[in-house]
Design a binder for this molecule. Structure first.
Ligand SMILES: Nc1nc2c(c(=O)[nH]1)N[C@H]1C(S)=C(S)[C@@H](COP(=O)(O)OP(=O)(O)OC[C@H]3O[C@@H](n4cnc5c(N)ncnc54)[C@H](O)[C@@H]3O)O[C@H]1N2
Ligand code: MOO
Ligand SMILES: [Mg+2]
Length: 398
């Protein structure tokens, strides 16, 4: 049996090997970029007018001129026009190119126009005002988005503006979620008295959906032969298998043996934690496939998913680790066994800004209804039994 800290390190040493793939821009939000995106042109690509009004030479204004003949109108989307006479002006629209020869823009609110002429009504203006100069934001050839960046909406806009209809991103893992157990029936079925509906794989699917990962759902009966065949098939088609159930000491708990027979190397079985002690973790040669076999009790499954699988997936796809958070216990708590204890809690933020955690112990690792009242769990270290009110402890949010 290994510690939670060693289990974490072992898991992080066996990340998934995910290649880059071509991703349409519309599917790239939240994905991790695997190529640098560079500027094909300056940002902005031309001296861009930022106010609807007129463009003229500042020098004319500085010399006392207030009324300018209008030579024409430069709209956005039109090729660049040229100021013909040094004492004239062009009407210009936001987003248009600044006409050649003009260097200053004044908005309509500060002029009046009549008989083909514009008269400036203000006494002060700044040379070059209301122009977004070519290249002030970024230069052609600059790396705009480095490889490794998680693509947020602002990055999507920049990729679009440089003409990247597709980008190279880390491929998302192919994940199979597998419940095992003869007592389990599907969500649409009516269980007999000795049966229950599968719920674990639904929970895991919901967690992975939050990471943008779609997983397939499977169920296998407690039969060594069937397990071997089905798991063999699923291993061939997936990067990650997440099993629930069948990993403890029972006479139908075949999962660890079957995985070993299938060539999945066990990295550990059993972690000094509650719940979730029978957790099993392994991978095939070169980590081509990684397998988590989670204890079937639903609270164990949930804690193991948040504590181990989500960080493993984030690191595998290149997402930054979630920030390490702590919360202060709202009241004293005792847990004696020499195991790390994952305690469901409800968080609240006090007026002083501190996060406090109200323990919701529930009735054990089968009580998944209790988790509906919780929004996180605290990690109580194995080498301590008594935890005082106010003590800050690591917290994992659901
Ligand atoms: N002699 C021992 N017995 C047990 C030990 C032990 O160390 N020695 N460990 C206990 C602990 S801790 C846990 S956790 C469970 C783990 O059991 P398994 O992983 O073998 O899971 P199962 O036996 O298949 O099922 C346990 C429990 O969970 C329910 N379950 C399973 N899958 C699902 C699912 N997809 N959705 C909803 N519920 C599920 C299942 O019906 C059982 O009630 O072992 C203890 N025993
Ligand atoms: O880990 Mo078991 O989950 O303690 O019931
Ligand atoms: Mg069992």
């Amino acid at each position: 049996m290994i510690s939670v800290i060693d289990a974490t390190a072992t898991i992080q040493a066996h990340l998934l090997r995910l290649p880059a793939e071509t991703t349409p821009l519309e599917a790239a939000t939240g994905r991790v970029l695997r190529e640098p995106v560079t500027a094909d042109r300056d940002f902005p690509p031309f001296d861009r007018v930022t106010m609807d009004g007129i463009a003229f030479r500042y020098e004319a204004f500085a010399g006392g001129q207030r009324t300018f003949r209008i030579e024409g109108t430069q709209f956005a989307g039109q090729p660049q026009q040229t100021l013909q006479q040094p004492d004239a002006c062009w009407e210009v629209m936001t987003g248009a190119m600044l006409p050649v020869g003009a260097d200053t823009v004044i908005r309509y609110e500060d002029i009046k126009t009549a008989d083909g002429q514009a008269t400036i009504l203000v006494d002060e203006l700044t040379s070059g005002q209301n122009i977004h100069r070519q290249g002030v934001d970024r230069r052609a050839g600059d790396v705009l988005i480095p490889a490794g960046q998680v693509l947020l909406p602002a990055h999507i806009a920049v990729a679009a503006t440089v003409g990247k209809a597709t980008v190279q991103t880390t491929r998302l893992p192919r994940v199979a979620l597998i419940s095992t157990g003869d007592e389990l029936v599907g969500v649409s079925e009516t269980p007999l008295p000795h049966q229950i509906r599968q719920s674990n794989t639904w929970m895991i699917r919901a967690v992975l959906a939050g990471l943008g990962i779609q997983a397939s759902l499977h169920h296998i009966h407690d039969d060594r032969q069937t397990l071997t065949e089905e798991l063999g098939r699923l291993l061939a088609d997936n990067d990650l298998l997440i099993l629930s159930g069948g990993v403890s000491a029972g006479k139908a708990d075949f999962v660890p043996d079957v995985l070993t027979v299938l060539g999945v190397q066990r990295h550990f079985h059993q972690v000094a934690q509650r719940p979730g002690k029978p957790l099993w973790f392994g991978s095939t040669a070169g980590d081509q496939q990684v397998v988590f076999a989670l204890p079937g009790n639903p609270v164990s499954t949930t804690m193991c998913v948040y504590r181990y699988i989500v960080p493993h997936l984030r690191a595998s796809v290149g997402l930054p680790a979630a920030p390490a958070l702590t919360a202060a216990l709202a009241r004293d708590f005792t847990f004696k066994p020499a195991l790390t204890f994952f305690l469901p809690v409800r968080l609240s933020v006090a007026t002083d800004g501190q996060t406090t955690a109200e323990p919701l112990p529930g009735s054990g690792s089968g009580d998944f209804a209790n988790l509906m009242d919780a929004d996180a769990f605290l990690e109580l270290p194995a080498d301590q039994s008594y935890f005082a009110r106010g003590e800050a402890l690591p917290v994992w949010r659901f």
